[in-house]
Ligand binder design. Structure first.
Ligand code: VGL
Ligand code: ZN
Length: 202
């Protein structure tokens, strides 16, 4: 007999962190994540839960200059993507970004990349200032920016719930998504889905 998954109840010290859900990471985008668009409706459910309870919401975004070091022309691994202010850098169509949400731009200078939303931003300070202790983290891509954001969150002392139903992987190598998940769990993240929150409405 299967034990029912333990339900999680939202606490006042919980924040939602939505990682890099931007047009260039959607199917058809410059650095498409397979099924990247599928995270949008699921994230909207989490976003509404946090918004309705007036809990902190953070959206990170990749926000590169046109000559960013991660781009192939500059010797980096990626095609040009998420150039600051471009259509590809915009949040995914349909993603509900509430007016009170905080947007953290990262990797904004040509010389350095930042997969983690904590790297080169004020994210940790902002979360501490808002008394956040536990972070619900989802978005794109599982094997890059979600992975590094989750790792840094744990290093910074936050508890992390990984939104398994609201992440997708690039999978440069087959299995990268699964390996990233394992590494996040080993580091202390707990995978959950909307059902775990026990607050689903039909
Ligand atoms: C990302 C590759 C390059 C991500 C950003 O958001 O996961 N991946 N830049
Ligand atoms: Zn990037």
């Amino acid at each position: 007999m299967n034990q029912p998954a333990p339900t999680i109840t939202l606490q006042p010290a919980d924040a939602l962190v939505v990682v890099d859900v931007q047009c260039d990471f959607l199917p058809g985008g410059a650095l498409a994540v397979p099924q990247g668009d599928r995270v949008v409706p699921v994230l909207n459910r989490y976003i509404r839960l946090f918004h309705d309870r007036q809990q902190p919401l953070v959206f990170t975004r990749d926000w590169h200059p046109a000559d960013h070091c991660s781009f192939r022309d500059q010797g980096g691994p990626w095609p040009p993507h998420c150039i600051a202010g471009s259509a590809g850098a915009a949040f995914a169509p349909g993603l509900e970004v509430p007016a009170e949400a905080v947007v953290m731009s990262k990797a904004t200078t040509s010389g350095a990349d930042a997969y983690s939303g904590f790297q080169g931003t004020t994210l940790a300070e902002w979360l501490r200032r808002h008394d956040c202790q536990r972070l619900f983290i989802g978005g794109l891509a599982t094997d890059y920016c979600v992975l590094e954001t989750v790792r840094d969150a744990l290093r910074e002392g936050f508890a992390v719930l990984l939104l398994e139903d609201a992440v997708r992987a690039v999978e440069v190598q087959a299995g990268d998504g699964l390996r990233a998940r394992q590494s996040m769990v080993e580091a202390g993240a707990r995978p959950i889905t909307l059902a775990t929150l026990g607050q689903e409405t039909p």
